[in-house]
Design a protein around this ligand. Structure first.
Ligand code: NAD
Ligand code: DAU
Length: 360
């Protein structure tokens, strides 16, 4: 069996669902169920004996130690984190606590468990840490994409906390021999993505007749990967990655934010036209830029491709269509995540802008 932390969040839930769709190896999900953790993401597994959801903190060393001792997993995959850059700017404390202190406590609990395993289980054990391309900082227009040996130059409280966690994972391998693997992935999109992030926010706000907030000039570039391709990369690294190595994960899909906005608007014009016949792009609203906003990310995933034979299954065009269709097909999920705490966040981040109905 495997232990998945943060498995009720966006990528973790997709990972757990895909894992159990492809294998009968049981999964324990450990998740604190913060605002971003949603048991509804795993609802299809209710009553499935292969899956157990435990509410708890990766920073709770006793709880993690007890889970490890009871269930004896052969691997821990660590998705648990505070993940939203804008929230890290408003309040970095939770990011330090979970992403750094939490990862430290998790590593210590895992080290204690792993040290006590019999030789065969000890050799087979893996700790896979899921991280981000943001640890590498920001690229200029013509810079080559980030490789695994790019400098670590995080710019936001979020990316600094993730970089710190990556360093801890590296050190636990180097110093204690813990069998770790780290993946650094580009921007994901797909089902179950919480609508505080760009793509789901665009879909949800479009349908609600609300403004589509574009930070600054909208020319910041992100490298987009369909979430299920990230999950297949993690499975492949877990299966065959070399111990202590870092693998960059990305889909070679660099897009400017404004292009993303126009793509989503055009898909909605086709799939769910506005009642008044106007295009959704009329809802685009330029808002104040994110402080310290990274200009460009791009991932060079050649190591993963050549060493482990991984390739993404989706292009951006196929993945974004699937994503928009998923949101159109799941209005109940959207309604449920738009809880009171989510509305508080929207008013803190966008003021009156995101609440106002668009006139055009
Ligand atoms: P998310 O915010 O949707 O989910 C995070 C999950 O972790 C939630 O279920 C939350 O409840 C849980 N969690 C938070 N603090 C916890 C704690 N202390 N103990 C246990 N559980 C806790 O995030 P996501 O987008 O699914 O990202 C998952 C991981 O992948 C993160 O580590 C993130 O840094 C990384 N990542 C994300 C992206 C992306 O584009 N979303 C890209 C690359 C890497
Ligand atoms: O690169 C990987 C990272 O991608 C992950 O590590 C993070 O967990 C994940 O949140 C994501 O970070 P970003 O900051 O790139 O994602 P976000 O969806 O918040 O923003 C994407 C881009 O869109 C970014 O340039 C900011 C911009 N944006 C975002 C929002 C929410 C807007 O222009 N308007 C918005 O309302």
């Amino acid at each position: 069996m495997i232990l998945v932390t943060g498995g009720a969040g966006f990528i973790g839930a997709n990972f757990v669902l895909d894992w159990l769709a492809q294998s009968d190896e049981p999964v324990i999900t450990l998740d604190k169920l913060t605002y971003a953790g949603n048991p509804e993401n795993l609802q299809s597994l209710q009553g499935d004996a292969r899956h157990t959801l435990v509410q708890g903190d990766i920073g709770d060393r006793d709880l993690v130690a007890q889970l490890l001792a009871t269930h004896q997993p052969r691997a821990v995959i660590n998705f648990a984190a505070e993940s939203h850059v804008d929230r890290s700017i408003h309040g970095p404390g939770d990011f330090i606590q979970t992403n750094i202190v939490g990862t430290f406590n998790l590593l210590e609990a895992v080290r204690g468990y792993w040290s006590g395993l019999a030789a065969t289980e000890k050799a087979a054990f893996r700790f896979l840490h899921v991280s981000t391309d943001e640890v590498y900082g920001s690229l200029k227009k013509d810079d080559p994409a980030f490789t695994e040996s790019s400098h670590i130059e995080p710019n936001s409280p979020y990316s600094a906390s993730k970089a710190a966690s990556d360093h801890l994972v590296r050190a636990w391998h180097h110093t204690y021999g813990l069998p770790v693997l780290t993946t650094n992935c580009s921007n994901n999109y797909g089902p179950y993505h919480f609508p505080e992030k760009l793509i789901p926010l665009l879909i949800v706000n479009s349908l609600a007749g609300k403004p589509l907030p574009v930070y600054g000039d909208g020319q910041q570039i992100r490298d987009w990967l369909y979430v299920k391709d990230h999950c297949s990369a993690i499975r492949r690294v877990l299966e065959a990655g070399r111990l202590g190595e870092i693998y960059n994960v990305g889909g070679w899909n660099e897009k400017a934010n404004l292009d993303i906005v126009h793509t989503v608007c055009a898909l909605l014009d086709e799939l769910r036209p506005r009642a008044d016949g106007q295009p959704y792009k009329n809802q685009i609203t330029y808002v104040t830029d994110r402080p310290g906003h990274d200009r460009r990310y791009a991932i060079d995933a050649r190591k993963l491709e050549s060493e482990l034979g991984w390739k993404p299954a989706e292009t951006f065009e196929t993945g974004i269509r699937k994503t928009v269709l998923w949101y159109l097909d799941n209005p109940a999920w959207v309604a449920h995540v738009q809880s009171g705490s989510y509305r508080d966040w929207v008013s803190k981040q966008y003021g009156s802008v995101a609440h106002d109905k668009v006139a055009a």
